[in-house]
Write a protein that binds this ligand. Structure first.
Ligand code: ADP
Length: 335
């Protein structure tokens, strides 16, 4: 899913991999979740069994994939990566599950987009490490049970509300990842700058952190753009606060970190729909985006910073949004 308006190419993906922390201790923020996961992994280690299944929810870029990798790394087992859209038939899942080795960690990203038929197979697999394979068709069809190696499922979703209850109930541990605060993002930037060999004064780290929309992936991406900018305009391996401001302006990141799509949504809400309430699909169409992207990527942050409200009648703009856009707040609006 889009989360900063930029296309993600191979080189960017490789860099993203290089910046991933590999242990819970290196993972910045999410203190509560980290403590809970540590306990879960320690208990599994003491009993020499696969760790309980883990469900991670939250907007893109907050560290769900990274945590799955850490679970595998810390438990000393291999990691298998898959995703909901790649599992369109029960057979896809059967092939995946039956090839797992004991203790292997299976990561299913966007697990809410898995096929229904596969979902039911997953219930049994999670609970009993067993699946039933259907052989034949019609009246002659029979099911053959197949034992699986014990595994740990790590499911990730941007929309935990879309997950059927029976699936959600089968996870031993469920965590919701929250947006990171400015200080945590500054730490993420500092850590990544060290890995990339970029010399950044504290003020520059803080400025990137403040403009990262609460999201480590965006912090890392902005850092790379700042590094590029400093390389071209300064000619060294260091970047100043002026480089940060100039680079982020070039990439349309505003002073509070909103990108072009965030501002387009706000602008439509405030100007075209006069502050709302307006339905999600109408709002999405007016900015030329998928409703799912607007709902899972744009809105959570705008709601979080108090710019937008979600009501039963639709989306509304809050006074802070008018102030940010420099539009006078109409008296007697929907608020
Ligand atoms: P998600 O799976 O939730 O979309 P990822 O796990 O792919 O997010 O994280 C995106 C990027 O952000 C990765 O490069 C990762 O290194 C970085 N990142 C995410 N969370 C943290 C964190 N808590 N500390 C340091 N880096 C992080």
């Amino acid at each position: 899913p889009r989360d900063s308006g930029e296309a993600i190419d191979e080189a960017e993906l490789a860099l993203e991999g290089a910046l991933r922390p590999t242990s819970l201790d290196e993972f910045v923020g999410q203190q509560k979740v980290r403590g809970q996961m540590k306990l879960l992994l320690d208990a599994a280690r003491i009993q020499d069994r696969a760790a309980d299944h883990i469900l991670l929810s939250g907007p893109p870029g907050l560290g769900k994939t990274t945590l799955a990798m850490i679970v595998a790394h810390e438990s000393g087992h291999p990691l298998r990566l898959s995703s909901g859209p790649a599992i369109q038939h029960a057979g896809d899942l059967a092939a995946l599950l039956s090839s797992l080795t004991p203790g292997e960690v299976l990561f299913i990203d966007e697990i809410h987009r898995m096929a229904r038929s596969a979902e039911e197979m997953l219930y049994l697999a999670m609970e009993d490490f067993r699946i039933d394979i259907m052989v034949g068709k019609g009246a002659g069809a029979t099911s053959i049970p197949l034992e699986l190696a014990p595994f740990t499922l790590v499911g990730a979703t941007t929309r935990s509300g879309l997950l059927p209850n029976p699936l959600r109930d089968r996870f031993g541990f469920t965590a919701h990842l929250e947006y990171y605060d400015a200080e945590e993002l500054e730490q993420v930037v500092g850590r990544s700058a060290t890995v990339l060999g970029v010399d950044l004064p504290a003020a520059a780290r803080a400025e990137i952190g403040r403009r990262s929309r609460g999201t480590p992936r965006i912090a890392n991406r902005l850092l790379r753009r700042v590094r590029d900018y400093a390389l071209v305009h300064g000619g060294g391996s260091g970047a100043s606060i002026e480089d940060v401001r100039a680079a982020l302006e070039l990439y349309d990141v505003d002073p509070i970190g909103l990108d072009r799509l965030d501002r387009a949504v706000l602008d439509a809400l405030v100007r075209r729909f006069r502050g709302g309430p307006v339905g999600l699909s109408t709002l999405a169409v007016s900015v030329g985006e998928e409703p799912e992207t607007v709902e899972s990527v744009v809105e959570p942050y705008l709601v979080r910073i108090g710019f937008m409200g979600r009501t039963p009648r639709g989306r509304i703009a809050m006074p802070e949004a008018y102030a940010h856009l420099g539009v006078a707040h109409p008296a007697g609006s929907a608020l």
